[in-house]
Write a protein that binds this ligand. Structure first.
Ligand code: NDP
Length: 399
């Protein structure tokens, strides 16, 4: 019998929980715990009556002892962390203290400086190994499925992959002048940071959104995409042998860029606290409070996403080109679980990673990124759980 604690009750969490309830033979009991318990109760209310038994709890996951107490009380086998990246280390500490496995979808970053690096979480490797516990890092779509796609490509089609371009295209329209598809604070920190890609053993830094390419992708059409640093670049550069260059591109409309530029110009995206009517406030956190909550975008967002990896390399001395991708329809997701496709494409892989861990297929003591596991069972599950993938052996390559 599996009992799982899910921390966080936002857009991604809603999908993870819905999908766990669709796999009750694995997820027999779940506890949804978050800072605001009413959000946990609202998710539970919609799903109660199914085979999975759901309970809820309040927890401040910035406080390790609170998480330890909750784990000791609920006694789960695994904690799925779909709160924010700031809570990764406190939750990992609590898992170590209580002997529980761990899974998340975003790497730790210190709240005071946006630094997207795995070093803090990779430093836990030995502790998890010694405790006989598994920690799976970055098990959403990107990071997550993009790592599994890369591992699958390497296993089945290449001796060496030399170049990977990860392309994340969202042709969805929510009708608002400006809104982000997942937590606005985390999203804007990522987009306003310097761009970076890995080439010939070095990181090459760019100004934010400096490099633009037009990708013409299946079911999306031609779209402006911009080079960003994204956390899976670090782990894939480390784990995919033979790689010479890896980059990440994401689509943004001109309208989105215009709004972001204005917000940046007036200081609204700053994370430096300012004095406001006798209080210290962080402009970006204030901006988050006035922007639409991503978990409410589901009914309004129409269109599709296409996220995948374009790989080139060699097999049997010949050049191989390979593109593997998923297309997801915002409204189909909304009909199924009440969320838009960005939450859906993150939450489904988190559930799959948890399922494989609980089934013992992705269980090995230590701290791992997804590409370090056998990709095959994960790829099978993607097809079964709502994120089918497609292959193209002659994709257009862009310099
Ligand atoms: P939301 O902001 O919608 O939800 C976050 C949830 O975490 C909220 O319920 C929030 O509580 C809760 N939370 C925040 N701080 C704490 C705390 N200290 N203790 C307990 N609970 C807390 O975010 P999303 O659902 O959009 O994103 C969730 C995660 O998924 C993020 O880490 C994000 O980076 C990641 N992500 C990963 C992607 C991928 O493909 N790998 C893509 C998209 C997102 P409250 O309601 O009280 O604020």
């Amino acid at each position: 019998m599996s009992r799982v604690l899910i921390i966080g009750a936002g857009g991604v969490s809603n999908v993870v929980i819905n999908k766990c309830c669709m796999n009750p033979e694995i997820f027999e009991e779940i506890c949804i715990a978050s800072r605001t318990k009413s959000k946990c109760d609202a998710i539970k209310e919609k799903l109660d009556g199914g085979k999975t038994v759901i309970t809820t709890a309040a927890v401040d996951a910035d406080n390790t002892q609170e998480v330890i107490d909750l784990i000791n009380d609920y006694k789960p086998e695994l904690v799925i962390n779909v709160a924010l990246p700031y809570q990764d280390l406190t939750i990992m500490d609590a898992c170590l203290a209580t002997g529980v496995h761990y899974l998340d979808t975003a790497n730790y970053e210190p709240p005071e400086t946006p630094k997207f690096e795995y070093k803090w979480q990779w430093a836990y490797k030995e502790k998890f190994e010694k405790a006989g516990l598994t920690a799976i890092l970055g098990c959403g779509f990107d990071p997550g499925v993009t790592g599994v796609f890369s591992a699958y490509a390497l296993k089945h089609y290449f001796e060496e992959i030399h170049y990977i371009d990860i392309v994340d295209a969202n042709a969805g329209d929510h009708g608002y002048p400006f809104a982000t598809n997942f937590n606005p604070e985390i999203n804007i920190r990522e987009i306003t940071a310097k761009g970076r890609y890995w080439e010939e053993g070095n990181w090459v830094e760019t100004e934010p959104l400096e490099i633009k390419r037009v990708y013409d992708l299946p079911e999306i059409g031609p779209k402006d995409t911009y080079l960003l640093y994204h956390e899976e670049l670090e782990s894939l550069a480390h784990n995919i042998t033979g790689i010479k260059r890896i980059r990440f591109f994401m689509t943004f409309s001109q309208n989105y860029i215009n709004h972001l530029t204005v917000l940046q110009n007036v200081g609204m995206t700053s994370i430096e606290p300012i004095e406001y009517e006798g209080m210290k406030i962080q402009p970006l956190q204030f901006l988050k409070a006035v922007l639409p909550d991503p978990s409410t975008l589901g009914p309004r967002t129409k269109g599709k996403t296409n996220i995948g990896c374009i790989c080139t390399g060699i097999k049997d001395g010949k050049e191989v080109k390979y593109y593997v991708y998923n297309i997801c329809d915002h409204q189909e997701c909304y009909k199924e679980v009440g969320s838009q496709a960005i939450s859906y494409t993150t939450g489904v892989p988190a559930m799959i990673g948890a399922k494989l861990l609980l089934e013992g297929k992705w269980k090995k003591p230590g701290v791992y990124n997804v590409e370090e596991f056998n990709p095959d069972p994960f790829m099978d599950e993607l097809n079964k759980q709502g994120l089918p993938w497609h292959e193209d052996f002659n994709p257009t390559l862009i310099d």
